[in-house]
Design a protein around this ligand. Structure first.
Ligand SMILES: Cc1cc2nc3c(=O)[nH]c(=O)nc-3n(C[C@H](O)[C@H](O)[C@H](O)COP(=O)(O)OP(=O)(O)OC[C@H]3O[C@@H](n4cnc5c(N)ncnc54)[C@H](O)[C@@H]3O)c2cc1C
Length: 404
């Protein structure tokens, strides 16, 4: 009998396993895949991810993994202007000075191996159903790596199983919500020119509302892609692959791709955006990361929020075990901890995503930033969290940059 079953060994599940071990819980971590496995992603690790990794004493090891170190962000406007900001801040006050792009095949495998050192793990275990004990979820049933149907029991189940979460489905919480979901396409390339220590986000007309990203991924490779809201993607008469092709072959980018070679066919996946507060717990279970819909609506980042959810889920699980209480109300605290930390930022990002639908605003901000160091400093301050990101969604911000 385990204390906790963690379904899914992405960043949310492995983080939960690592904290569960710290808290002395007897957890088992299940994943239907076998590691190392790919995960469609931009692979960018920024502030919150760095903070959790540091807390887990894993940051120095992660810095040594295959990938790229990021010191700058380039923003491009629909009107073909672009500017760079440095990631600043200092380690002392917990702000990040650099970020990383590490292929998820490498990063997730690293986390999985660290989790395996302290937690029982089962790869190739595909959870198909939940076991109930009265009103409570009390275990999972799945097909194991030998193809056998197997049941595992525990009083707490963590659904860390991505946007199509089986735990969420079985508890009737899953909903394909077009308005609050984005769809993104990723493709690894080699030979893209002009990539050094910067990630690039280009807000182009073709991908509005969304952006084209161009990230160095180490060893001369690049992770490139486009993301846009699912309802908009549906409306367009072209498919995402055509849009990506069009961007790569546009006058603006074709020079940088003239010697480049795609290493795969573009692959797509959904991002459940944290624009709305979804139900994330019930009798005997909690939902984590993408299963709880925690992706930042403006930046498309979900790894950091997933890891934060793993940290809080284990903290609350430990309390539930001590109290021997697995009813819904005990897991309320998970919801509070999570939304106290992420709620404000997700709300701001939703507003920013709405503003970014207006190309003229993007052009205005980016054009001012190209010309004016003061504006670049304001944006840099926001990225390093020295200035509240909330300011970006207020009219006063636009006056400030107009007169700076
Ligand atoms: C194209 C794209 C680009 C992105 N770029 C970025 C980026 O640059 N930076 C960033 O921070 N975020 C990015 N994201 C978001 C990020 O990928 C997710 O938010 C993050 O992976 C969520 O982690 P997770 O652990 O919740 O879920 P996942 O990483 O999806 O892990 C879920 C795990 O559950 C397992 N699983 C699923 N079902 C079952 C089952 N039935 N039984 C057992 N196991 C199961 C899966 O095999 C998987 O290993 C991007 C997403 C997309 C689609």
């Amino acid at each position: 009998m385990y204390d906790v079953i963690i379904v899914g060994a992405g960043p949310s599940g492995t983080t939960a396993a690592l904290y569960a071990s710290r808290l002395g819980l007897n957890a088992i971590l299940l994943d239907k895949s076998t590691f190392p496995r790919d995960k469609i992603c931009g692979d960018a690790l920024s502030g919150k991810t760095v903070r959790v990794l540091r807390d887990l004493n894993l940051l120095e090891s992660v810095k040594g993994l295959e990938g790229a170190t990021i010191e700058r962000i380039t923003f491009g406007s629909p009107g073909n202007q672009q500017f760079d900001v440095q990631l600043k801040g200092s380690e002392q006050n917990d702000y990040i000075t650099e970020g990383y792009v590490i292929p998820r095949k490498v990063f997730d495998n690293f986390l999985f191996q660290r989790a395996s050192e302290v937690t029982e793990t089962r790869q190739g275990f595909n959870v198909k159903d939940l076991i109930k004990d009265g009103d409570n979820v009390a275990g999972v049933e799945g097909v194991n790596s030998d193809g056998q149907l197997e049941q595992i029991e525990a009083p707490i189940i963590m659904g860390a199983d991505g946007p199509n979460s089986i735990v969420s489905r079985k508890m009737d919480l899953y909903e394909m919500d077009m308005k609050n979901t984005a769809v993104a396409l990723r493709c690894y390339y080699k030979g893209v020119e002009g990539l050094t220590n910067q990630i690039e986000l280009h807000y182009l007309e073709e991908v509005n509302p969304g952006y084209f990203w161009l990230f160095p991924a180490g060893n001369g490779t690049a992770n490139i892609g486009i993301g846009l809201s699912k309802d908009e993607a549906k409306k367009k008469d072209r498919n995402l692959r055509d849009i990506l092709d069009q961007v790569i072959n546009s006058d603006r980018f074709k020079g940088r791709f003239k010697n480049a070679e795609a290493m795969e066919k573009p692959v797509g996946w959904n991002l459940p955006l944290g624009r709305i507060k979804r139900a994330n717990h019930g009798n005997g279970y909690m939902l984590l990361g993408d299963a709880a819909g925690l992706v930042d609506p403006f930046t498309g980042e979900g790894i950091g929020n997933a890891m934060v959810s793993g940290m809080y889920a284990s903290r609350v699980a430990s309390k539930a075990i001590k109290l021997n209480n697995y009813k819904d109300d005990i897991f309320e605290e998970y919801d509070s901890l999570l939304w106290n930390e992420l709620g404000g930022e997700l709300r701001t990002s939703s507003k920013l995503a709405d503003l970014a639908r207006h190309s003229f605003l993007l052009n205005f901000v980016i054009n001012r930033a190209v010309r004016n160091k003061g504006v670049r400093d304001i944006i840099s301050g926001m990225l390093s969290q020295e200035i509240s990101k909330d300011d970006l969604s207020r009219p006063s911000f636009y006056f400030k940059i107009l007169f700076s």
